[in-house]
Design a protein around this ligand. Structure first.
Ligand code: G
Ligand code: MN
Length: 382
């Protein structure tokens, strides 16, 4: 481990503090060990750390309260939580307050070390990105103008990549998912651009640009009428342009499937079903994206009446060796058949996963095994 790693350990159990301190010091880290959240907060005000590891069950201030406090002054600091009594509710809160990781005791020090290393890398990266947003100083105290400039650069350097969706029955491409990519060195992942757009209130603009780029790419390329899947952010549903018959994407609506993720809540959208009906009347089809990853469960089926369901890759990856995942996928497929919803399995990375899906009767597949997202429309075989 890099010798400059500065670790803050928080646990009310003396023995645990001592053994982890010894372990991490041997790994070359600088360790500050404290026995309460209050002390930890004081230490954080006084000095810089790369990673914090904290117990959850502590008297006075719990690990979760501590984490909430940290978030009020440091959005990036990775906090790894440890608990002797894991339960779902605590795990959910940990995620909600942005814990980096949640580990159940007893914890293998080697495993903790791996997580700490990952957290440190992640922190550096987050810090680098923040630093690279120029001019967060004079005259622009919250860095807004700088972020605007960065966002515009990222938009200028963005393009659509297309990932094939194959049909085993056809033995070839059945459709493509359009995915936003950018060559901007700072806002270089789709999530970074999305977050920036959200902070700047420019999500509608980003959605419009992406839809226009999809239409342009599909118009100029020879993709032989394949269906094009386009990701729609929940907020795009409130943009009038999405419903305009004149919009570039609407003109090819009969070939377009709009993907709406199950990860985001659709609860706040006024007249959701009316909006979806209008989209369908324009010729679009609707897909539920990331099915099996979100909180909405199957209510999205009743909310959206989708024509397509895309199974999240967390269900697909490694399913050939996992009877539980196979059962879930099989029953999802059965349910979708009954509701006349086409199923696409996402995240297929191996031949073994493909074969298992084929056995279950999933015909439409997407994933690195068949093809990565690329500029243009690649032809592939199954
Ligand atoms: O949430 P959504 O399904 O839109 O996510 C699509 C993302 O998943 C894309 O960024 C794409 O690059 C990625 N992806 C596509 N196929 C695979 C795969 O087989 N494995 C992994 N790890 N990621 C994939
Ligand atoms: Mn998608």
């Amino acid at each position: 481990m890099a010798s400059h790693l500065r670790l803050l350990l928080v646990d009310d159990e003396e023995a645990i503090l001592r053994s982890y301190t010894t372990f991490f010091v041997r790994q070359g880290a600088t360790v500050v060990a404290v026995s309460s959240g209050r002390e930890a907060l004081d230490r954080m005000q006084a000095g810089r750390f790369d990673v914090v590891v904290s117990d959850i069950a502590m008297p006075e201030m719990s690990g979760l309260e501590f984490l909430m406090n940290v978030r009020s002054f440091d959005p990036d600091m990775p906090v790894i939580l440890m608990t002797g009594a894991p339960d779902l509710e605590t795990a959910v809160s940990a995620v909600e307050y942005g814990a980096f990781h949640y580990l159940s005791k007893p914890i293998d020090p080697q495993e903790l070390l791996e997580v700490v290393k990952r957290a440190a890398r992640h922190h550096q990266e987050a810090h680098r990105k923040r630093q690279a947003l120029p001019g967060s100083g004079r005259g622009d105290p919250d860095g807004r103008a700088a972020l605007e400039a960065r966002f515009e650069s990222a938009m200028r350097l963005s393009y659509m990549a297309f990932q094939p969706i194959v049909s085993l029955r056809l033995g070839g491409v059945w459709g493509y998912e359009a995915l936003l990519r950018t060559e901007d060195p700072v806002l270089n992942t789709p999530l970074d651009i999305l977050n920036a757009a959200e902070r700047l209130g420019r999500l509608p603009e980003l959605g419009r640009a992406a839809r226009r780029m999809v239409a342009e790419a599909a118009e100029n390329a020879d993709c032989e009428g394949a269906r094009i899947f386009v990701n729609i952010h929940a907020s795009d549903l409130s943009d009038p342009e999405l419903y305009s018959p004149e919009a570039p994407l609407t003109k090819m609506a009969s070939r377009v499937v709009l993907e709406i993720t199950e990860r985001a809540s659709l609860d706040g959208i006024d007249d959701l079903f009316g909006r979806i009906s209008r989209l369908r009347a324009l010729g679009f089809e609707i897909a539920i994206d990331d099915l099996g990853a979100g909180y909405a469960g199957l209510t999205s089926f009743t909310q959206l009446h989708p024509q397509v369901a895309k199974l999240d890759m967390s269900l697909v990856r490694g399913m050939n060796a996992d009877a539980r995942r196979q059962s879930i996928v099989r029953s999802m497929k059965g349910l979708c058949d009954e509701l006349d919803i086409a199923v696409i399995a996402e995240g297929v990375e191996t031949g073994a996963e493909r074969d298992t899906l084929a056995e279950i009767g999933c015909d439409l597949l997407q994933g690195f095994f068949f093809g990565r997202p690329t500029r243009g429309f690649a032809t592939v075989t199954t």
